[in-house]
Design a protein around this ligand. Structure first.
Ligand SMILES: [Zn+2]
Length: 652
């Protein structure tokens, strides 16, 4: 091996040495020209040819059809369960199924379901009692001028690129959403009056109070400073207590003017006007579940009628028509819906297979870390400790919401809504100052995915429930292929714990890697590999697309791809010695990176996306680094699918 001039390649072991080692267990196959030239084209070429895109639609990937297919499967399973004994069970899933079936109940003929709230509103004796009443109504899901929300950093939308999920949840009171403030058109006043009448307010009173409601909303929408004398203070302390907060819980009031506005409203309007205001909000919030007269009035008002309380909280940026029955369940019993999908649609065989895969990857990764020759002993020990303490959440959150205290009755849709809303609201209150629950999908685990590594908590959130229904992914009938898809994905995320030298130039705001206890020489070696990887990719993109990639482009994603492949390939090779296992594994990996982008979009991605390599490189560029690939397809130095020694990466 003296012909290898680069000492780094020698230090880590060359592709020839690795291939020789591989020969001990496998055997070199006959050369496959297509695989050695462009493996991505060989596996995904026909698919790419068949891709049909409507103008302006997103480019499809391997999983583009899954959300819609999962939605249909989920609805079918729910409909079947509604006719099965499960619908009568008192388990969380039994309650979910009853909640699903309750949506088909005809509208009630009376407003009994709101009678408790309406009676309490009627019993208000002085405006000082309004905050307490608002707290009560808020907890059951009424849309009010004041609302409670969790303040969380959105990693993808915020300018603040701090790592999500590593800071305690902060709660704040904000101006309520979903209200039509200051809309003073005559038609709206008559809408308010009609709704008030339907709740039992006398017609002449309803007309007068509708005008008051309009002025109250106008006050809320105004940005002028509140200067009224003799203000009745909106008792924020009492309000928070009635929301369920203890005195020492920190709850921000996001908008200080809001408190002043509410005080002004307390001061300027009578108890009777406040009663009408609150009745208006109750009727508006729950009109879809009240006697038909309410929804008829609501429909008259809104050309595009939909349940008011759902419209305010649309969590999913959905690219397909989201079924309103599922949206309803996701809003009220999100975790039960995610659990139902896993248990009734995905099934235990796939979940058990996934659990086994994760354990095997961890073991294999440990074995590789133990045998790397470039790292110091101190660096190795620290790395192994970090790996051993990593938690991995597989297609589920770290804890499920407990619905055991929830009552769901088949014939009481509005009662179900109020009780579920209260349970969720109280959960939100309890979450103050705690860390976010990792892996919670809000009832939409079946329709979107985004696995990731949370460095601040050393946790892999394998948010991949959606993928488990992909026909090609099957731990029994298509095992090596499945490892090619999901094993490389899991190992990729786990590698993010070890993906940089710590000395790399990171994008501003990116979380800095944990000190892994690397020695100076470890860092120098790692850095040389990062530089080499960056250069290889930059040259590839320049040659194939004619564009330059960002100079400070981080290579962490590339390192994660490479390591994910190496670790899983080694695992599959040991686990299934049969001849076609490695081939299926490589095909699975290539399948997982199919990408329907056109050339212009690919070029844009290469220039603009700061972290991931373009998909074709993720297939061809990464597999070219893998000795096992060259062995499997009989590829040799000089082939497009074999990296030159000077470009070869040897890390984990
Ligand atoms: Zn990644």
């Amino acid at each position: 091996m003296s012909f290898i001039g680069n000492k780094n390649a020698l230090k880590g072991g060359s592709i020839i040495a690795a291939a020789t080692a591989f020969l001990m267990t496998g055997c070199i196959e006959q050369r496959n020209e297509a695989a050695c030239t462009d493996f991505d084209q060989m596996v995904n070429g026909d698919w790419l040819q068949s891709v049909q895109r409507a103008a302006g639609s997103d480019s499809p990937d391997a999983y583009a059809d899954l959300p819609l297919r999962n939605q249909q499967a989920l609805l079918t399973a729910l409909e079947a369960a509604a006719r099965a004994p499960l619908a009568n069970e008192n388990s969380d899933l039994g309650k979910l199924v009853r909640l699903f079936a309750s949506q088909a109940q005809p509208a009630p003929t009376t407003i009994t379901a709101l009678s408790e709230e309406l009676l309490q509103v009627d019993a208000i004796a002085q405006v000082q009692d309004v905050p307490m009443m608002m707290a009560k109504l808020l907890r059951v899901g009424t849309v009010l001028p004041i609302a409670l929300q969790a303040k969380q950093v959105d990693f993808f939308e915020s300018d603040d690129l701090d790592e999500p999920d590593t800071k305690p949840i902060q709660l704040e009171l904000i101006l309520g959403r979903g209200m039509l403030f200051g809309n003073t058109v005559e038609a709206r006043r008559s809408h308010v009056a009609r709704m008030l009448e339907l709740t039992g307010v006398a017609p002449d009173q309803a007309v007068i109070h509708a005008e008051a409601v309009e002025r109250m909303e106008k006050q809320l929408s105004e940005s002028v400073p509140v200067t009224s004398q003799n203000l009745v203070a909106f008792d924020m302390v009492a309000f928070k207590q009635h929301l369920g907060f203890s005195l020492d819980t920190q709850v921000d009031v996001a908008d200080t003017a809001l408190e002043a506005k509410l005080s002004r409203m307390l001061s300027d309007f009578s108890v009777q006007e406040w009663q009408s205001f609150l009745k208006w909000r109750l009727a508006k919030s729950f009109s879809a579940y009240l006697p038909e007269t309410f929804s008829v009035e609501e429909k008259r008002w809104l050309a595009n009628w939909r349940p008011q309380f759902l419209a305010q909280n649309n969590q999913l940026r959905s690219s397909f028509p989201l079924d309103s029955r599922l949206r309803f369940l996701a809003e009220l019993m999100p975790d039960a819906l995610d659990r139902f999908y896993l248990e009734k649609v995905v099934g235990t065989a796939q979940l058990e297979g996934l659990g086994t895969l994760a354990q095997e990857i961890r073991t294999e990764m440990r074995a590789r870390f133990e045998t790397r020759t470039w790292i110091s002993e101190a660096g190795r020990e620290a790395t192994l400790r970090w790996l051993d303490s990593m938690s991995i959440l597989l297609a589920r959150p770290e804890a499920w919401i407990d619905y055991s205290s929830l009552t769901v009755a088949l014939d009481d849709t509005l009662g179900n809504i109020k009780r579920a809303k209260q349970l969720n609201f109280d959960g939100l209150v309890r979450s103050a100052s705690t860390l976010p629950r990792l892996g919670a999908r809000g009832g939409f685990g079946w329709s979107s995915y985004g696995p990731g590594y949370i460095q601040g908590r050393n946790a892999v959130v394998a948010d991949i429930a959606m993928l488990l229904t992909q026909p090609e992914i099957n731990f029994e009938s298509n095992k090596a292929f499945t490892y090619g898809v999901l094993g490389t994905l899991l190992a990729h995320e786990m590698t993010h714990a070890f993906d940089t030298s710590g000395a790399q130039t990171l994008l501003p705001g990116m979380p800095s890697p944990p000190p892994l206890g690397f020695s100076g020489a470890d860092i120098a070696y790692f850095k040389s590999m990062e530089d080499r990887q960056y250069r290889h990719y930059a040259e590839y993109v320049k040659k194939s697309l004619g564009v330059d990639v960002l100079a400070n482009r981080i290579t962490g994603e590339d390192v994660a791809d490479l390591t994910g492949l190496e670790v899983t390939a080694q695992l599959v090779n040991k686990k299934w010695p049969e001849a076609n296992a490695m081939e299926q594994f490589f095909k699975g990996y290539a399948f997982s990176h199919r990408d329907g982008r056109n050339q212009t979009e690919i070029r844009e991605m290469a220039v603009e996306v700061p972290a991931h390599a373009i998909s074709k490189y993720r297939v061809n560029g990464m597999l070219g680094n893998l000795p096992a690939f060259a062995v499997k397809y009989g590829c040799v130095a000089g082939d497009a699918m074999v990296r030159a020694e000077k470009d070869r990466i040897t890390l984990w």
